[in-house]
Design a protein around this ligand. Sequence first.
Ligand code: BG6
Ligand code: MG
Length: 213
Amino acid sequence: MIDSFIFDLDGVLVFTDKYHYAAWKEMADDLGVYFDEKINNRLRGVSRMESLEIILERYEGPALSKEEKEALAQKKNNIYRELLKKMSPDDVSEDVRFTLKELKKRGMHLAIGSSSKNAKLILEKVGLMDSFDAISDGENISRSKPDPEVFVKAALFMDKKPESCMVVEDAFSGIEAAKAAGMKAAAIGDARNSEKADFKIEKLSDILNLIAV
Ligand code: BG6
Ligand code: MG
């Protein structure tokens, strides 16, 4: 029986995915590398450095050293964090707020399972820091999605078994990670195209129909 939910953050609870895209786009344009929204979908759930490697698949310039790659990732993160400064509680939709409150009311345990090292900063900016029993993010993992580590740790932090957890994800890599962790996976947004998802939802509150009342 499901008694716990693990939410991806970017693209599920807040639409920071558009800021990730804008920041990578600026970096890629400066480097003269083609980048579009389709390529951006491959970066969902993927760590910063792995995202850079995906973008560099189209790079045709002189070989880049490890330091140069780190500088590019840093440049993207600086642009991204500038964009995050604009975020406020208004960036959390009524549907998301209602869903989190309703799940709590029904006695569910809630966690974050995000690959991002900026997750806590975002949760603070939008006023959601106190809405979760546990936060598992880019700071406590060594392997990013599709590896299950981030979700396995989220369950561990809540002291829950994988089979009692449902993951909500907008990334293909996140759905794979959830299944590899032995959890149920609900797909929203782009991840709805994944065949591995157990459930496909239009909006977050649809998950309320997936649990016994
Ligand atoms: C994930 C995003 O949540 O976090 C990815 O879907 C992103 O697109 C990853 O690359 C890492 O984020 P950050 O904030 O640590 O660069
Ligand atoms: Mg996401």
